[in-house]
Ligand binder design. Structure first.
Ligand SMILES: Nc1nc2c(ncn2[C@@H]2O[C@H](COP(=O)(O)OP(=O)(O)OP(=O)(O)O)[C@@H](O)[C@H]2O)c(=O)[nH]1
Ligand SMILES: [Mg+2]
Length: 422
């Protein structure tokens, strides 16, 4: 039937548009240097999406430089090898690094920032490394990254380096992955969010969008950027007041909403496939309906707006259209935040739960007034809104678990209690 064809077209269009947008983004280019084993790959895998160090094509560009990239992510990384080896090899690595920076200078492939990684527990820095850091910092901004940073010794090493007044833009201690000291003592990951913030301050404005898309350490930052853009988009699309929009003719709203959803997805950068989008869009558009967005969306939305009543003559005001579209944007952003968080944690995503979450958030959000929406935005920046959305997802997950799975935690607790008594 033609109708189901329309539905697929909308989904396909969102995906195509997102893909095109990401492809057209100027990529952010980062040099990641440091000796072997300091944790460069671990850093890359945790600060950026899709375990890039393992899954990105690692192409040798020179003998000691490897280029890591992936088509779906607007980032290019250069990883060094051999800095720990003999002097002659160190010199080769240095020369290749300088050539790389020089070769791409002022082009689209220009290196925007370098992370120079040192293991924080090494607590000393060799002259060779100092010289290299100074030479790179002479050409591009450098962040000195102290990896696998544990407690006081790492803080002391950091202070020691700070007192050296190196020409670096920042020094950041990190733990990319939780570090197991013993069976019952684990140092949690930290510092990546700060590294994201410092990087964003150093890179040019036109590649900040690409960086935000590629990183996964700060999901609130993605949400914040998406909201800021969506708010402006909705305001300029519908204006204020009573401009009538014939919603029975979905041709006005559908392209707007496709642009809206595609751009938000491009800002976020998540490995979306068709079925994820189908679930999200179906949640607000209704599964049996044809055009999903636009007409159906607005019609469904009226069920949720208290006191909206029926729509006379199939015309809605710009205000109503903007309320509905804002709610769509906000809910979509919340759902993408949850998907990003799950992706980051390496957990699989249950599409039926995503659909339920989208419905719930949309029903809630459509009842908010402007002030409440703004408050929500602030809460999102502090992370509590993401917490709430994640909780919603988990609650639903628990509700849909079969009885025997639900009861397992209770049994475990009872056993533990019992064991503690003895
Ligand atoms: N728990 C934990 N382990 C880490 C961290 N960073 C590095 N490691 C461990 O240290 C070892 C070396 O880390 P890599 O990330 O492979 O180091 P690298 O700098 O990429 O090394 P090369 O590729 O040989 O240059 C691995 O066993 C990692 O698991 C961290 O933040 N937390
Ligand atoms: Mg590595």
């Amino acid at each position: 039937m033609k109708l189901s064809g329309d539905k697929l077209n909308v989904i396909q269009e969102i995906l195509d548009k997102t893909e095109k947008e990401v492809e057209n983004m100027d990529p952010v280019n980062i040099l990641i240097a440091g000796k072997t084993g300091v944790g460069k790959s671990t850093l890359i895998n945790n600060i950026f999406r899709e375990k890039l160090a393992d899954t990105g094509i690692g192409k040798p560009v020179t003998k000691h430089l490897r280029k890591i990239s992936k088509q779906s992510i607007p980032i290019v990384l250069y990883d060094t090898r051999g800095l720990e080896l003999e002097q002659s090899i160190q010199n080769q690595v240095k020369q290749e690094v300088f050539d790389l920076i020089k070769k791409h200078k002022n082009s689209q492939e220009a290196i925007h920032v370098a992370y120079y990684c040192i293991q924080a527990t090494s607590s000393r820095i060799e002259d060779m490394e100092l010289e290299l850091i100074r030479d790179i910092a002479d050409k591009i901004p450098v962040i000195l990254v102290l990896t696998q940073a544990i407690g006081k010794p790492a803080e002391e090493f950091k202070r020691y380096l700070e007192n050296m007044n190196l020409p670096v833009a920042a020094i950041q201690t990190i733990m990319s992955e939780p570090y197991e000291i013993s069976d019952d003592y684990v140092i949690p990951a930290f510092g990546l969010k700060e590294l994201v913030a410092k990087s964003l301050q150093l890179i040019p404005k036109d590649v900040q969008k690409a960086f935000t898309n590629a990183q996964q350490a700060d999901i609130e930052k993605k949400a914040k950027d998406a909201r800021r853009w969506a708010t402006r988009y909705v305001a300029t699309s519908f204006g204020v007041g009573f401009i009538p929009i014939p919603f029975s003719d979905a041709s006005v709203l559908v392209p707007m909403q496709i642009t809206l959803l595609a751009h938000i997805t491009a800002i976020f950068g998540i490995s979306l496939d068709k079925s994820t989008i189908v679930s999200i869009v179906a949640a607000v558009g209704g599964t049996s309906s044809a055009t999903l967005l636009g007409k159906t969306l607005v019609a469904n939305a009226f069920k949720f707006i208290p006191g909206a009543g029926t729509i006379v003559g199939g015309i809605i005001s710009g205000t109503t259209a903007s309320v509905v579209t804002s709610a769509l944007a906000i809910s979509y952003i919340e759902v993408l935040s949850v998907i990003s968080a799950k992706e980051k944690a390496g957990e699989s995503i249950d599409l039926s739960l995503i659909e339920k979450l989208m419905t719930r958030q949309f029903k809630k959000n459509i009842k908010l007034n402007r002030k409440q929406i703004n408050n929500k935005e602030l809460e999102f920046e502090e992370g509590s809104e993401l917490e709430t959305a994640l909780n919603e997802y988990d609650i639903q997950q628990n509700q849909s678990l079969p009885f025997y799975k639900k009861i397992i935690p209770t049994i475990k607790k009872t056993i533990e209690k019992h064991q503690n008594k003895h």
